[in-house]
Design a protein around this ligand. Structure first.
Ligand code: PEP
Ligand code: MN
Length: 341
């Protein structure tokens, strides 16, 4: 159940919170520009709307019909993620007036590849990606530099004040990653790993939650609810393509662009799009990025490789990596399609 009050009624809010606590229920408070929204958690079946509608300052009382609550649009009318508070540099909020761009190599493969990529894209990106731990389908393929790559990310930190995204596969890696990570990512394979979601949420850092490749929208938002329930609302959803009958035939996955407006309607969380893992093909990255932005995506997460590299030199996902020049093209053209953030 949510209770919407007029702003500037602090005492009224406190009174309702005390009352709800006395019933053994929890309250989450969301401060909007015009309203304060109280989300009541717990078994609310015995509550009646009439208990609250007549209280001073209360404008409306609604029951939330979805299973997810904290991440629902009803609870929080604005899309905002306070990435800024956690990061080294000065980066925009995800509701600011431009798309949030995350770019970099799929995996950090060696120092030369990483440093060259980051140098070439630094002007275009709000956050760097490039992972040390890689979840590979085959156990015989390169699994990432793991701990041995930390020094490369430390060097990146010294050179740039651009936040770093790292994927976490296992909570035992959090200690190692913490020092070089501003934003965690939980990938498609781990969207259903609820214990991991809780551990990552507990770091207090922003979390990019990729959609499981067979996940329904409701399953995805419920996975996000696990993070929110730990008290961490800094969640960024990322659509990365789903498995359909055409996946693998003319693209790695199928970008489900329809999900972008659906997320915006149902959830208060920002939604970004990963054109690289969605399509698996470099030549589809620019057009699908622009399509996703025009569907309302708040940002993009893109694989990039160094200029003058032969994509076959890369051990991970070379076929889907674009160059910094193409990334620049996306950033330039994004302004024309991104109007409804
Ligand atoms: C990635 O971003 O490198 C990645 C592995 O993504 P996904 O989990 O979407 O496959
Ligand atoms: Mn990849």
């Amino acid at each position: 159940m949510i209770i919407i009050l007029q702003r500037n009624g602090e005492e009224q809010v406190n009174e309702i919170v005390r009352y709800v606590h006395s019933l053994g229920l929890e309250v989450d408070i969301s401060q909007g520009t015009e309203n304060v929204v109280l989300g009541i958690r717990g078994d609310t079946r015995s509550l009646r709307e009439e208990q609250f509608v007549s209280l001073p300052g209360v404008q409306r009382v609604n029951r939330i019909s979805s299973k997810y609550k904290l991440v629902s649009r009803q609870f929080r009318p604005q899309h905002t993620v306070k990435i800024k508070d956690y990061l080294v540099g000065d980066v925009p909020h995800l509701s600011d007036s431009k798309p949030f761009i995350i770019a970099g190599p799929c995996a950090i493969e060696d120092e030369k590849q990483a440093l060259q990529t980051f140098e070439e894209i630094a002007a275009y990106t709000d956050a760097f990606r490039g992972f040390l731990y890689k979840p590979r389908t085959s156990p015989y393929e390169f699994q990432g530099l793991r701990e041995t790559g930390i020094s490369i990310l430390q060097e990146i930190r010294r050179r740039y004040s651009i936040p770093i995204v790292q994927e976490v596969l296992d909570s035992r890696h959090l200690d190692v990653l913490n020092e070089v990570t501003d934003i965690y990512q939980v990938g498609t394979r781990n969207m259903y790993n609820y214990e991991l979601l809780k551990e990552v949420a507990g770091t207090g850092k922003p979390v990019i939650l990729k959609r499981g490749w067979t996940a329904t929208l409701e399953e995805w938002l419920l996975a996000a609810e696990y993070i929110a329930k730990e008290g961490n609302m800094n969640i960024i959803l990322c659509e990365r393509g789903i498995r359909t009958l055409s996946s693998g035939e003319y693209g790695r996955n199928t970008p489900d662009l329809n999900v972008i407006p659906a997320v915006r309607e149902k959830s208060c969380l920002p939604i970004i799009f990963d054109p690289s893992h969605s399509t698996g093909r470099a030549e589809l990255v620019v057009p699908t990025s622009l399509a996703a932005l025009s569907m309302g995506a708040h940002g993009l997460e893109i694989d990039v490789m160094p200029r003058n590299y032969d994509r076959r030199m890369l051990q991970v996902d070379g076929q889907q990596a674009i160059t910094a020049q193409e990334l620049g093209e996306i950033v330039k053209r994004a302004g024309n399609v991104w109007g409804n953030g």
